[in-house]
Design a protein around this ligand. Structure first.
Ligand SMILES: *[C@@H]1O[C@H](CO)[C@@H](O)[C@H](O)[C@H]1NC(C)=O
Ligand SMILES: *[C@@H]1O[C@H](CO)[C@@H](O)[C@H](O)[C@H]1NC(C)=O
Ligand SMILES: [Zn+2]
Length: 487
């Protein structure tokens, strides 16, 4: 669109800087070992005691960032909320901006998180996340993609996971720990002791257990590529090591690289994406932990060859990444299979788990609304199974077209012990927000009645759908996968 304009806005000095940094091996941002014989990195990594003023000019300090987050929260209070997930070693709050049409309220929608500045000396991400928040605030009424995100996603932005490292202009946190090596690992017994884990890491882990993120991305610098799991291999060899969801990850990473100004044109990485272990294996990383322990599809995005580019380039880098950031968030809504799970006896949401035949990974439904959001590939047929202890599992076959598909499940109890089932089905005593939501839909004040009506409606819809399929085979072929399924 305005690529030419952006190119022209580069000053010659920036071009020279970029050229210099292009010569540097890209493998340092997720954190290859420090190699001190690489020119150009010394300034950033080896001399934190002699910070270059030029380096920070135009970048927000931690205090500036905090002010920018608070100012955003006030300016856009109708679609956002600001909260903290903990504090850094030096006591700086880890501020998060949540963007949604119902910020702070749980809804049956996917949640996405962006994490910037994991490495203190990679500050571009924190600047881009503030820009992303403000752009969404300014455009969500008019721009369809911004509108879709605000309406259908809960987007959480943590501009800086490592404010102490940023202040010291170094990779690790105040204790010199690389936060992207501080998570429990699937292959090796490391970082398993909670009391020696860094507070920044602990905060991310608690956060991921409190909010069920469908997908996420952390922002790094030092290369230009979208990196996906696994990051490590069992044998420590550098080789492609596919996760159970390799195809979905490749899709998500490609959405980023192909929406980017030129990431997909990379010479080092075909399509601008890479399997982490095929690039260089790391252990204790945040990305693999998210997928394994939080069921969250996380990417590690390297968004600029230069870790700390001149601040005059930030606007251009933002423009290069804007569509990527929007599209990768929107992917959690626009593709895959989504739905809710109810129990047949009470009609209440049943937080069951979802498995796909042939993919050894479980995605759990949300605790309150029992909504699930599962990334899958368009153009593929899948068998989706919902199951939870005490209920009979159900399986349905879906064929995904370009758009997302809905499949709701109504599970029947295994036993006739009603009292026991009620206990299992309702995790919401003293909190009837989920029932309120059902009541809202029907505009019916009496919630108990509404629940019965909803179950009845679901069955009627199911019958109606079957009838439609029977009498209108052509129609079904066209719109088939987009029509909601109730199983
Ligand atoms: C992308 O564009 C930037 C700015 O023009 C340039 O420095 C970089 O080398 C390009 N990268 C690729 C992979 O084309
Ligand atoms: C599925 O994954 C789990 C670990 O998440 C592993 O223990 C198990 O062996 C895997 N099953 C298959 C069939 O690969
Ligand atoms: Zn990094």
């Amino acid at each position: 669109m305005n690529k030419k304009m952006n190119l022209l806005s580069f000053c010659p000095l920036s071009l020279i800087l970029i050229t210099i940094f292009c010569l540097i091996n890209p493998a340092f941002s997720r954190g290859g070992e420090y190699t001190f014989d690489i020119p150009g990195r010394r300034l950033l990594d080896d001399y934190p005691d002699k910070p270059s003023i030029d380096l920070t000019r135009g970048y927000m300090s931690n205090a500036d960032l905090e002010n920018a987050i608070m100012a955003f929260g006030e300016r856009c209070s109708n679609i956002s909320r600001v909260y903290s997930i903990g504090r850094s070693v030096n006591g700086f709050p880890l501020w998060v901006i949540e963007i949604s049409d119902n910020p702070g309220r749980e809804e049956p929608e996917p949640a996405f998180k962006f994490i910037g500045n994991v490495h203190g000396d990679e500050p571009v991400g924190r600047e881009l996340l503030i820009r992303l928040a403000n752009w969404l605030c300014d455009n969500h009424v008019t721009d369809p993609l911004a509108k879709l995100i605000v309406k259908n996603v809960h987007l959480h932005l943590l501009p800086s996971m490592n404010p102490d490292g940023y202040a010291l202009r170094k990779r690790g946190n105040a204790k010199n720990v690389d936060l992207n090596r501080d998570f429990p690992d699937q292959f090796f017994a490391m970082n398993d002791l909670e009391d020696i884990r860094q507070p920044e890491t602990k905060a991310i882990m608690r956060w991921s257990q409190r909010i069920q993120f469908t997908a996420s991305a952390s922002l790094h610098g030092g290369a230009l590529v979208a990196n996906y799991p696994w990051d490590g291999t069992q044998n420590k060899k550098r080789e492609y090591y596919a996760s159970p969801d390799d195809e979905a990850f490749r899709l998500l990473a490609s959405v980023y690289s192909h929406s980017h100004y030129n990431m997909s044109m990379s010479k080092d990485f075909p399509g601008g994406i890479t399997n982490g272990a095929a690039w260089y294996p790391i252990y204790g990383g945040m990305q693999d932990w998210n997928y394994i322990h939080a069921g969250c599809f996380e990417l590690t995005l390297e968004i600029s060859d230069n870790k700390w580019p001149n601040a005059t380039e930030l606007s251009t880098i933002w423009e290069y990444n804007r569509m990527s950031m929007l599209n990768v968030v929107a992917t959690t809504v626009k593709t895959g299979v989504h739905g809710r799970i109810f129990s047949s006896d009470t009609g209440r949401p049943l937080p069951a788990s979802i498995k796909i035949k042939g993919i050894n990974q479980t995605v759990n439904a949300g605790r309150l609304f029992a909504d699930y959001h599962r990334l899958l590939l368009p153009g593929v047929k899948y068998q989706v199974t919902a199951s939870t202890p005490g209920y009979k599992s159900k399986t349905t076959t879906i064929f995904l077209e370009e758009e997302a598909t809905t499949a709701d499940f109504i599970l029947e109890p295994e036993t006739t012990n009603v009292g026991q089932i009620l206990d299992t089905g309702c995790h919401c005593s003293g909190n009837n927000r989920n029932r309120l939501e059902v009541g809202d839909i029907l505009a019916h004040p009496q919630m108990e009645v509404s629940l019965v009506v909803v179950v009845a409606l679901a069955f009627i819809l199911l019958l109606y759908r079957r009838k439609l399929c029977f009498s209108l085979p052509k129609h079904r072929q066209i719109a088939g996968s987009k029509r909601p399924t109730v199983v």
